[in-house]
Ligand binder design. Structure first.
Ligand SMILES: [Zn+2]
Ligand SMILES: [Zn+2]
Length: 456
């Protein structure tokens, strides 16, 4: 069997692993790297790949692998790569974070894409809500997978098993082949609400003598990082939310990506327990409403005394703001900044980055701002300016800043346990900057290099 890591090799994210085994070619994830265009586009404010020209600019700077029989005819029109009939049998998607899924829409429509049932549903939902970022696979051939089912790709048996991660619908894959069995973890953790799902993946892997285990290792490098050193669970996040909200001397703002629906659940539980009201945008509430069948214990939105829809731009005359179709229903019963101003101490307001201006209308003079995302967003490359701006807003409105967050990824101990339990012949670390460190805790480790073939 042959692996080529076109992304995810000694980098966090961007997983794009080609696998040729038993006369079958497939990809494990087809993600977009976090640092795409670094050194080419990143410092040029108004220049980006010209999407109207398909993959032309991407190929020029090697931002995507130039492989035949993989991409759609349309997207190759302006490139010097000639369209060829599919030479790949499947793309297996672990979950819909962009670093695993972001480049999928470039794939030839005739190549089947395997994706979790819930993940596909959520992706459609997010495509409706987000203005600027969509991954549209509605034209592609989709095979929705579920735990407990098995699938055949030529003579390979594919067993998808759910894992616990910071977005619903995350899967690992076990491939049973006549050249040996392969397990691919995707992203996983043991400290969310559903660690059992990750244990299910381990349990199933143990049943099939695994030759090659490809495991993520995001947090292997991060020992010096205090938030990672301190093992915080999603349950701790909920408790800290509660304490902070209860003790806030004014309004509480909370910021995170509501793709992390487990976090929405933690926030709601905390708000309810503190006897306060969660105020959020129609998009946020629409997402919860539609995710109810996928995640246990999400609140009902309608007629819930602890939830209110926030109507922004309340001073702008009707007709001058664009209102999305799905939002209309929620806005029928909504509150605006004047209501929030009157009820500051009772309000917990979800505020995404694009909604910060609402603070100008609300004009809080004290209160708390909870930042519930990874410090990557504050301290990562190129984010210094974001951090400075956010700090200035928070200071300007007299708020106290607090970070409450737990990672979507397992700590080192959990990763070791997973490897030891599965007992593979070979480990290939992916989604980590410290693949070499895996050699400290497993005998046979292959460190992948971007674009280089690994024959096993
Ligand atoms: Zn990832
Ligand atoms: Zn992820």
């Amino acid at each position: 069997m042959e692996f080529v890591f076109y992304g995810g090799a000694n980098e966090i994210g961007g997983n794009k692993i080609s696998l040729s085994v038993s006369k079958t070619n497939l990809f494990l994830d087809f993600g977009e790297p976090f640092d795409r265009g670094k050194g080419i586009y990143s410092g040029l404010e108004f220049v980006s790949p010209r999407d109207k020209l398909g993959l032309k600019d991407y190929f020029e700077f090697d931002l995507l692998p130039k492989l035949k029989g993989l991409y759609s005819k349309k997207i190759l029109t302006f490139t010097d790569l000639k369209y060829k009939k599919p030479e790949y049998d499947a793309i297996l998607i672990s979950h819909i974070h962009s670093d695993h899924f972001g480049d999928v829409s470039f794939i030839d429509n005739n190549i089947p894409i395997y994706i979790g049932y819930g993940a596909n549903k959520l992706n459609k939902l997010f495509n409706e809500i987000y203005y600027n970022y969509k991954i549209d696979i509605s034209e592609n051939k989709i095979i929705e997978v579920r735990t407990g089912e098995q699938y055949k790709i030529n003579n390979i048996k594919v067993i998808p098993i759910h894992t616990d991660h910071s977005i619903p619908g995350a899967y690992g894959y076990i491939l049973i082949t006549d050249e040996g069995n392969i397990a691919y973890t995707g992203d996983y953790r043991f400290h969310g609400f559903k660690p059992d799902m990750t244990y299910d993946f381990i349990k199933e892997s143990k049943k099939h003598k695994i030759k090659v285990l490809i495991t993520e290792g995001t947090r292997i490098k991060n020992e010096e990082d205090k938030i990672f050193k301190e093992q915080i669970t999603e349950a701790d996040v909920e408790n800290r939310f509660y304490e902070t909200i209860k003790n806030s001397d004014g309004i509480t703002f909370v910021q995170f990506s509501f793709r992390n629906i487990d976090r929405v659940r933690s926030l709601y539980n905390a708000v309810k327990k503190a006897g306060k009201v969660l105020v959020a945008s129609p998009g946020f509430l629409y997402t919860i409403d539609n995710a109810i069948e996928l995640i246990k214990d999400l609140p009902n939105i309608k007629n819930n005394p602890n939830i209110k829809t926030f109507k922004k731009n309340a001073d702008i005359p009707e007709g001058k703001t664009r209102i999305r179709e799905y939002a209309k229903e929620y806005l029928k019963k909504s509150v605006d900044y004047k209501w929030v101003k009157k009820n500051l101490k009772d309000v917990v307001m979800f505020l995404s980055v694009s909604e910060l201006s609402q603070m100008i209308d609300i004009k809080p003079q004290k209160g708390t701002f909870i930042f519930s995302m990874s410090e990557h967003y504050l301290e990562g490359d190129g984010n210094e300016e974001y951090k400075e701006c956010l700090e200035n807003w928070i200071k300007h409105f007299g708020l106290e800043f607090i970070q409450i967050h737990c990672s979507g990824h397992s700590d080192e101990k959990g990763i070791k346990e997973l490897i030891e339990a599965i007992e593979p012949e070979i480990v290939i670390p992916v989604h980590t900057e410290s693949a070499v460190r895996f050699k400290e805790f497993w005998e046979k480790v292959i460190v992948p290099e971007r674009g280089k073939s690994i024959m096993v």
